[in-house]
Design a protein around this ligand. Structure first.
Ligand code: AMP
Ligand code: MG
Length: 399
């Protein structure tokens, strides 16, 4: 049995990032950049109005109260050449429209009176008021995003604003999910005695989808020949093979002996974590296999802690695996001897701002119903003792 922290450290030590490719930005959600992205233009690209109002010269902005003749309109997207402003005149201008070269300030329309084609300016304006200056955020050629960053929706918008039509990112990993167990039936079918509906398949596929990954899923019967044949194909065709079930000590748990007969080198088997101890990690040439235990709550811990770390390394991400934040236990929990526990808890912020961790019932590895309330996994270090209310634990979002 390997300590949890040691197991998690093997992913960056044993795996390498997959090759990079250049793809359209819009297809790159949750991919990891493999090259810095530089702004193609100044940001903002042109000096522009920050609001709907009137643009005037610096001299007029300073000599309020005054009346200025409205001489024309400037709208966002106007491409006609801009003529300079003349003292004593202003122009109607809308948010995002370019300001004339000698613009001194923009006054909000709510702050002026209008009569006879003139505005009445009551108060003077600071130089540059309500003008977004060209390049004030960054200059063309400055980095907008760095290699190793994962592309979130917000970062995609930032790169779009900076003109990055194509991005250099790690190619998508080829993932195969093999769900083992003769007792399993797909959802929507009726069950004979002794059968259950497969919940690991939906769990893994939706967790992967939520993180921007797709996988091909197959059901694996508890037959040695089938396990060997399907594992061999998966290890040949894929970068990462995720299995569920069949990695424990039952006589029909064929995944590990089959994988190793097929040439997989064991990195570890059995992690000091609860639930999910019999987790297996192995490598064969360009492929990795993560054998998750069958119990669904163990699969969840496997995804949040182990699969996330392995995929982050394969993707070339600069931050690897789940990150933990401090929280305060709202009620006592019992730790386990020799194994770190990962308990599903509800997160609630106290009036003083502390993150309060509320333990939930039904923590056993075959139970999932508390996921209707659980927000986080809380990490209880290996120690056979009661952790009292008020103790600090690490938590990570169950997103
Ligand atoms: P195993 O590790 O294959 O012995 O499975 C451990 C437990 O998890 C058994 O009770 C299995 O029935 C259950 N289990 C395995 N796979 C799944 C699955 N895909 N969905 C729901 N339960 C499962
Ligand atoms: Mg099984």
């Amino acid at each position: 049995m390997i300590p949890l922290a040691e197991a998690l450290a093997t992913y960056p030590a044993q795996l390498r990032p997959l090759p990079a490719e250049r793809i359209p930005l819009q297809q790159a959600l949750y991919r990891v950049l493999r090259a810095d992205v530089l702004a193609a233009c100044d940001l903002p690209r042109h000096s522009q109005s920050a609001l709907d109002g009137y643009v005037l010269t610096a001299a007029d902005a300073a000599r309020a109260p005054c009346r200025l003749r409205i001489a024309g309109t400037l709208a966002a997207g106007d491409t006609a050449a801009l003529t300079p402003l003349v003292d004593g005149e202003c122009r109607r201008i809308y948010t995002g429209a370019r300001v004339p070269p000698n613009a001194g300030a923009v006054v909000a329309q709510e702050r002026v009176s209008i009569a006879d084609g003139h505005i009445g300016l009551r108060e003077s304006l600071k130089p540059g008021a309500n003008i977004r200056m060209q390049g004030e955020e960054m200059r063309a050629g400055s980095p907008v995003a760095r290699s190793g960053q994962r592309l979130t929706p917000g970062l995609i918008a930032a790169l779009a604003a900076a003109g990055a039509a194509q991005v250099q990112v790690t190619r998508a990993p080829r993932i195969r999910l093999l769900v083992s167990g003769d007792e399993l039936r797909p959802l929507g079918t009726s069950l004979a005695d002794g059968q259950i509906w497969d919940s690991n398949g939906p769990l893994v596929l939706s967790w992967l989808a939520a993180h921007g990954y797709a996988a091909q899923a197959q059901h694996l019967p508890d037959e040695r020949v089938d396990v060997e044949r399907m594992l061999d194909a998966a290890l040949t065709q894929c970068d990462l093979v995720i299995t569920t079930g069949g990695v424990s000590v039952g006589d029909r748990d064929y995944i590990i002996p089959s994988a190793e007969k097929l040439g997989v080198r064991r990195v570890f088997w059995r992690v000091a974590q609860k639930p999910g101890k019999p987790l297996y990690f192995g490598l064969r040439e360009g492929a990795a296999i993560l054998g998750l235990p069958g119990n669904p709550a163990a699969v969840l811990i496997g995804l949040v802690l182990h699969v996330s770390a392995a995929l982050d390394v394969l993707a070339g991400a600069d931050s690897v695996g789940a990150s933990f934040h401090p929280g305060t236990l709202a009620a006592p929990v019992r730790g386990a001897a020799q194994r770190d526990s990962l308990l599903r808890m509800r997160l609630e912020y106290a009036a003083d701002g502390r993150a309060m961790l509320h333990p939930l019932p039904h923590q056993d590895s075959h139970m999932l119903s508390n996921l209707n309330r659980a927000d986080v996994l809380a990490h209880v270090p290996a120690q056979d003792r009661i952790h009292a209310a008020g103790e600090i634990l690490g938590w990570t979002l169950l997103a």
